[in-house]
Every structure is written in C-alpha cells, then in structure tokens.
Design a protein around this ligand. Structure first.
Ligand SMILES: Cc1cn([C@H]2C[C@H](O)[C@@H](COP(=O)(O)OP(=O)(O)O[C@H]3O[C@H](C)C(=O)[C@H](O)[C@H]3O)O2)c(=O)[nH]c1=O
Length: 182
C-alpha cells in the first residue's frame, strides 16, 4: 500500500497492493496501522456507497462542524474523475483544486481531510463509488457549492449535454455567496 502526498497539504493518494492469482484479485482497502504510520490517523464511523451512470456529477459537498467529515474515497466498479477543493480559510492553497481518476482497475483511493469540498463525475455507466467518513451524516450540517463555480474553474471531462445532476446540486450557490464553515 503506497501513500503519496499531493501539492495540497492533507490530501493523500493511496495505492493498495493488488494480489492477483488464477482466481482473481485480493486487496486491502483499509489498514488502521498502515494509515496511522502514513499520517492518516482517523476514526471512521460510517461507510457510504453510490451507483452512478456515465455523466452523473455529485457535488461539490461537505458537512460543517460538528459533523465535518474526512473522507476516504474509492471506486469499486467503473471510473470517476474525483475532485477536492481546499476551502480551509487559512490554507496557503485556499481555493485550489485537486483532481484524480479513481477506478476499479488500479483501486487507487484518495484521503480528503476536513475542510474540502468534494465531488466526482462518473465516466462510465454502473460506476460504484464507496467511501468511509469520519463523522455521521447530518442533513442540517450539509453545505454545497456549484460544480461550475468560476472561482475553481474545474475542467469536468464530459460536455454539459452529458452531465446528470440532482435538482439539489443544480441549485447550489457559489462559494462567495455562502458562509465558509472552515
Ligand atoms: C450523503 C448521505 C445521503 N443520505 C441520503 C439523503 C439523500 O436523500 C440521499 C441522497 O443523498 P445525496 O443526494 O446527498 O447523495 P450524493 O449527491 O451522492 O452526496 C454525496 O456526494 C458527494 C460526492 C459527497 O462527497 C458527500 O459524501 C455526499 O454529499 O441519501 C444518507 O442517508 N446518508 C448520507 O451520508
């Protein structure tokens, strides 16, 4: 299991070792000791999973304190472009985005600490996205920012005609129009 830091402090790319044999594959997707040794010392309290068709764009979301969430995200089936936006007010990389392809083939994961907006776009039908979070779901704590906020200039890889968003996400505000909880 390899841990690689990113240009944005706190974001870590994790590449599990995949054991392959004549039956198929085995991999560890979480190991408390290895994660602690590599600076991700967290207590996860909930696992989530979503199924998306190609073009489904979920985000940009976060939860505010006291239910702010760190997220360990991965793809079980299909492919996504995953995006994390640093909105930690005092961060030297405030407003910077990090994107990475997550897919079932290489089973890469991304650790996203508290203080980031998170979203992804599914690049294939039947994309299953799975993630562990460090705080429970609390609808009242949810915040969201438009996926196309010009402040971030995220280059989503599919055209506008291919995007599938929830009514909720289509009506999200821009970051400048909300009180940033981080
Ligand atoms: C997030 C969540 C949702 N729900 C229920 C409430 C909603 O009626 C339904 C769909 O929720 P939502 O439309 O918020 O699902 P996503 O758009 O995939 O939300 C996620 O999208 C991005 C990628 C994130 O990083 C967040 O984890 C999360 O906000 O599931 C729950 O019961 N528990 C939960 O933890």
């Amino acid at each position: 299991m390899n841990f690689t830091t990113t240009p944005i402090a706190g974001l870590v790319v994790i590449e599990p070792k995949i054991w392959r044999d004549n039956r198929g594959e085995f991999l560890e997707t979480y190991n408390e000791d290895l994660f602690k040794e590599n600076g991700v010392d967290q207590h996860f309290v909930q696992d989530n999973q979503s199924l998306s068709q190609r073009g489904s764009l979920r985000g940009l979301h976060a939860q505010a304190s006291p239910n702010a969430q760190g997220k360990l995200v991965r793809v079980i089936s299909g492919r996504v472009m995953d995006v994390a936006v640093d909105i930690r007010t005092n961060s030297p990389t405030f407003g910077q985005t990090f994107h990475i392809e997550l897919n079932a083939a290489d089973a890469k994961m991304l650790w996203i600490p508290v203080g980031f907006l998170h979203g992804f776009i599914a690049l294939e039908d039947h994309t299953i996205f799975a993630y562990k979070v460090t705080a429970k779901y609390d609808k009242a704590s949810e915040i969201g920012v438009r996926y196309d906020d010009p402040a971030f200039n995220i280059q989503w890889p599919l055209g506008p005609e291919e995007l599938v968003l929830s009514e909720k996400d289509l009506q999200l505000p821009l970051l400048k129009d909300i009180e940033n909880p981080f």
